[in-house]
Write a protein that binds this ligand. Structure first.
Ligand code: FAD
Length: 320
């Protein structure tokens, strides 16, 4: 079976949940192999956990500058791992902003095919086939690459887990100093202080739009999110009006999400917003306009004033 390389995501020494999702996807397609890049010592600290998530091989690239050089180390490590592995059937990377850039650079370097923002993957006689949304979510297409497929996958789109494995460590050398992108370095990384789950990988998201009317009123979105233990998202109109921070924007120019449950409050459903959330498994829409386009993709809808409906919903959930 060919190896399927998975770029490991970690933050402050801990694996993020998407790594398990990517390894589960890789196990459907071939031998799951993790590619881990970070500062010296990262291999020792994460090997056992990666084995438990199903990695049969862990390619470890350690370098002092690994955390400060943005995407360059990941590209170099994936390139080195692909060469060390020999028969590689595909490369899987999270469809984050950094993940997309990593995938694009790697596809040029390896002269490989690139499929972005997949929500499902299957192995066929013709190779890996990815399901993805195109043209702002207007079409669902199945795509295959003519050469080695490099696929970015939407967080939370793939469920299940790979069987635990006895991971074998393989060290790979990466020459980061030779990379032209070393001219740009990250000097300071600051995690947003929040007890809420990460927006991209959350299983429940409550999002607010222009219908909230003000930053003060946007607190209602946060209150509903907190009773569900959910992440908070927003439309671009809400972000532009400064009701909330820009890193909460869901959509074409924000983050793409695939939660189990997406609750939209006062969001009309422009194509650019739908592009980022319509692969959610269950969509609930609360809007006072019965003709709001977001109702077209809703599983459950409430036509009503959100300032009346949402406090009742919060009470009802708290009472359960
Ligand atoms: P509106 O369209 O103004 O809708 C507000 C809704 O709130 C209405 O449906 C209204 O009926 C409802 N409402 C009002 N008051 C209440 C109430 N009291 N109770 C219940 N309902 C109420 N948008 C994104 O979201 N994400 C993107 O990534 C994005 N990228 C873009 C990229 C480009 C290139 C462009 C051109 C646009 C992009 N947009 C994006 C903007 C997008 O086109 C819409 O303008 C935006 O999504 C609208 O946000 P909204 O639904 O919150 O506001």
């Amino acid at each position: 079976m060919p190896q399927i390389l998975v770029l490991v995501e970690h933050s402050q020494g801990k694996l993020t949940t998407v790594t398990g999702e990517l390894l589960a996807a890789a196990a459907r397609l071939g031998e799951p192999s993790a590619v881990l890049v970070g500062r010296p010592g990262i291999g020792d600290s994460l090997m056992a956990e990666l084995g438990a998530l199903g990695a049969l091989h862990v390619y470890v690239a350690e370098a002092d500058a690994a955390d400060t050089l943005l995407v360059t180390p990941a590209v170099a490590a994936l390139d080195a791992a692909a060469k060390a592995a020999g028969a590689v059937g595909g490369v899987l990377i999270t469809a984050s902003i950094a993940g997309r850039e990593t995938a694009a650079r790697l596809s040029v370097r390896l002269d490989a095919g690139l499929i972005n923002d997949a929500v499902d993957l299957e192995s066929t006689d013709g190779g890996i086939v990815a399901t993805m949304q195109a043209l702002g979510g207007a079409f669902t297409v199945r795509a295959a690459a003519k050469s080695l497929p490099i696929v970015t996958i939407r967080p939370h789109a793939i469920t299940g887990a790979a069987p635990a494995a006895e991971a074998q460590r393989i060290n790979v050398d990466v020459d980061l100093d030779a990379a032209p992108a070393a001219q740009i370095t990250a000097v300071h990384a600051e995690a947003t202080a929040t007890d809420r789950p990460d927006l991209m990988s959350a299983s429940v998201i409550v999002s607010g739009g222009r219908g909230l009317g003000s930053r003060e009123n946007f607190a209602l979105v946060e209150q509903l999110a907190d009773v569900f233990g959910a992440a908070v998202g927003a439309s671009r109109a809400a972000v532009d009006a400064d009701y909330c921070d820009h890193n909460m924007q869901v959509g074409q120019t924000g983050v793409t999400v695939s939660p189990d449950l997406y609750i939209a409050l006062g969001i009309s459903g422009a194509i650019q917003h739908r592009a980022g959330m319509q692969s959610a498994k269950t969509i609930v829409v609360i809007n006072k306009d019965a003709d709001a386009p977001l109702f077209e993709v809703a599983d459950f809808g409430v036509v009503g004033d959100l300032f009346t409906v949402v406090p009742q919903l919060i009470e009802a959930v708290r009472a359960r």
